[in-house]
Design a binder for this molecule. Structure first.
Ligand code: GLA
Length: 686
């Protein structure tokens, strides 16, 4: 009975092949060093209606036999057979810089299917990675109808399931619900990952930020995903995650294989905070290490009406307040005057930029800033030259008239010709202009994908591949992932992109909610947040400048306001706040993030970022309730014996880490939209 055990800093993940030949999960939880204890319990059919294969907590259940539970893999063989009977044939240890990499080999030799289950123990990050490779070693093609990345088993019931729901301009709204008998499904069917749910799962056993058990995972995939939580009749809770099997079919010819996206998963016995720290560290490891620039983006200021003159004026003001990167958004190309034109025609619009982009780029660089630009490479307008020349390049049904959304079609990035077009177009743009930053947008969902049901997967894969190729040719260019706001916030996207545009909702109060949910799993360093005008274009809410800045300073700071309407006083305030951000951004972008508790009946929102040498506390009071009650911010993650220095309550203070964590800083914010940032510096070396 071979056992397979993965150990990370504080967790153990163990599997075994049982007497019936099934590969079962034996343990996913706290660390157990004596592996001889990790053997599966004997099990048997409970009745003729409750059969063993349905009860067992399998690592990668396949379709067939007495399995009625969620299954990871379903195929149809050439002769119509659909049942699979894989057995474990062995295991391999691979050399892997990231950690111990174990591959379990399963095979259904009668039909020539191999299933390699990959497990990487990321010891220091305290996480594991899992994916599967399905191979066709037989003489005939077969069709994969479902291929999840993994199934996990939590040995408890009545857990809480947590995810994010949302829509355009209201992405990433955390919700939680009690798991009970039946299933919970979160998914995307739109071709991008994230507008409605997030490709991740969080299950907890009554956890809060600092205590309790949490089992979690996130899929490295920017396309259609599905996560299913199933509380079994037989005890325990299963969670499965992977490519969505909705409208999916993939033909595998002999010799071919499918590698599913990886899922990054972990267990914390110290609540949601620990989960976030580990996932943030994982996310940061995917990213390039440089601290992110303070950027200015012109979208909310000038919309499609970008010209050399108005962008130059904005660039001068952006430089004055301390921006380091100036990004021209939509409108600079083709015949783009509004939404209906230009996408696909990526030549510089000479009415708006008579001498090309160079004069503006020169101006931006002379001001000491880098230059960035917006593109939407997967899209085309029906009126564009590109569409006239290549009507067969879009996702479409063979005979039906394709629908537009925002007046545009989606290019079929699965086609090699489209991939070449996108790579060459961007290569040319980046080679002929000194561009340091690209905002890559995708403003509508995929639809009407035609006869080939593997195209959802192929498009998502091609996206990653194409971006990677562009970055190979232009390694210094940073690329921001935007999909109508925060439509692509997932670890697959983060494996090639450098920034997330979090949401088109730039209302500083709404953003506190979005950013809090984002922070559950995704790194702060990738969370772009802008200071925009008041009242906000979307919510019509008026919020003071300082609160707008403080809200945006919680991520990677950007400014999207029309600075030409700012008073000198507002420009001066902005300058000071940008400078303050730069002083603490290392802690914000690379530190541990803490969602602090608020003991006050007043609606304070308290957040902390910490590195050994510094913590930064953010306090927000959107609306003062009757009684103007204060709150107390008890910090986390400090050295109890160290001394720290900070300015609060109108005085410089020195306190021990123990005092800051156990007693805490009293805060009295007054009025509406009050906010404060307190920097807590350690005295002496960590
Ligand atoms: C999307 C993006 C915005 C902006 C516009 C431009 O909505 O999310 O930030 O770039 O497109 O058309």
């Amino acid at each position: 009975m071979p056992e397979f055990v993965l150990t990370t800093r504080t967790t153990t993940y163990a599997m075994a092949v049982d007497d019936a030949g099934l590969l079962r999960t034996v343990h996913w939880g706290g660390r157990i060093d004596d592996v001889s204890d990790l053997i599966p319990l004997p099990m048997w059919d409970l009745s003729t209606n409750d059969m063993y294969a349905d009860i067992a907590a399998e690592e990668y259940p396949v379709h067939g036999r007495f399995r009625y539970k969620e299954q990871c893999l379903a195929v149809t063989f050439a002769d119509g057979t659909r049942e699979m009977r894989p057995v474990v044939t062995g295991s391999t240890e691979l050399d892997d810089d990231d950690g111990r990499h174990l591959v379990l080999h399963l095979e259904d030799s009668e039909f020539g299917v191999t299933i390699d289950l990959h497990y990487v123990a990321l010891h220091d990050l305290d996480l594991i990675e899992r994916w599967a490779v399905i191979g066709n070693t037989g003489p005939e093609p077969f069709t994969i109808e479902a291929a999840a990345s993994a199934q996990f088993h939590v040995p408890f019931q009545d857990l809480t399931f947590r995810n994010m729901h949302g829509m355009w301009a209201a992405e990433l709204q955390e919700f939680s619900q009690q798991v009970s008998y039946g299933k919970i499904v979160v998914e995307s069917r739109k071709g991008v990952s994230n507008h409605n749910h997030n490709p991740s799962f969080i299950l907890d056993d009554g956890a809060d930020e600092t205590s309790g058990q949490v089992w979690f995972g996130a899929l490295k995939y920017p396309g259609n995903f599905k996560a299913v939580v199933e509380q079994s009749q037989y005890g325990g809770t299963a969670v499965q995650i992977g490519i969505n099997d909705y409208d999916f079919a993939l033909r595998l010819v002999p010799g071919q294989s499918l590698r599913t996206p990886a899922v990054v998963a972990g267990y914390s016995d110290s609540g949601l905070g620990t989960m976030s720290h580990r996932m943030h560290a994982y996310g940061r490891d995917l990213m390039r290490p440089a601290l992110r620039d303070v950027l200015y983006n012109s979208w909310e200021a000038t919309s499609f009406d970008v010209t050399t003159a108005n962008q130059t004026r904005l660039a001068q003001l952006a430089q004055r307040i301390g921006a380091e990167l100036f990004v021209v958004d939509d409108g600079w190309f083709g015949r783009r005057g509004a939404e209906a034109d230009g996408l696909g025609d990526w030549w510089v619009n000479r009415d708006k930029f008579p001498d090309g982009l160079t004069p503006l780029i020169d101006e931006v660089q002379q001001l000491g800033m880098r230059f960035g630009i917006w593109v939407e490479p997967e899209m085309v307008n029906p009126r564009a030259d590109l569409y006239r020349d290549h009507p067969d390049w879009i996702h479409r049904d063979p005979v039906r008239e394709p629908d537009t959304a925002r007046d545009q079609y989606v290019l079929n990035l699965a086609l090699p010709a489209v991939q070449e077009f996108v790579v060459e177009m961007l290569d040319d743009l980046l080679s002929t202009n000194d561009i340091s930053y690209v905002k890559w947008d995708a403003n509508r969902p995929m639809s009407q994908v035609g006869v080939d049901r593997s195209v959802w997967l192929a498009h998502a894969r091609a996206l990653i591949d194409v971006v990677a190729r562009i970055k190979d040719r232009h390694p210094d260019v940073m690329i921001e992932a935007c999909a109508s706001g925060g439509g692509r916030i997932d670890l697959g996207t983060l494996s090639v992109f450098d920034d997330f545009w979090t949401s088109d909702n730039t209302d500083a109060l709404d953003r506190l909610t979005i950013q809090r949910s984002y922070s559950l799993l995704y790194p702060i360093k990738a969370m772009r947040a802008w200071v925009t005008d008041s009242p906000n274009f979307l919510t019509q809410r008026s919020i003071p400048l300082k609160f707008r800045f403080h809200s945006a300073m919680m991520g990677t700071l950007g400014i999207g306001a029309d600075l030409s309407h700012f008073s000198d006083e507002d420009l001066e305030t902005s300058t000071q706040l940008v400078a303050q951000y730069k002083d603490v951004r290392e802690t914000i972008q690379n530190g541990d993030f803490h969602r602090l508790s608020n003991p006050s009946p007043n609606d304070y929102r308290l957040f902390q970022y910490s590195r050994p040498e510094q913590s930064v506390l953010f306090a927000f009071l959107p609306s003062s309730r009757i009684g103007r009650r204060g709150t107390r911010a008890r910090l986390r993650g400090l050295d109890p014996d160290a001394r720290y220095r900070f300015y609060a309550n109108w005085a410089w203070q020195q306190k021990s880490g123990a005092w800051l964590m156990h007693h805490g800083i009293d805060l009295w914010l007054m009025g509406d939209y009050a906010s404060e940032i307190i920097t807590v510096d350690r005295i002496g070396q960590p």
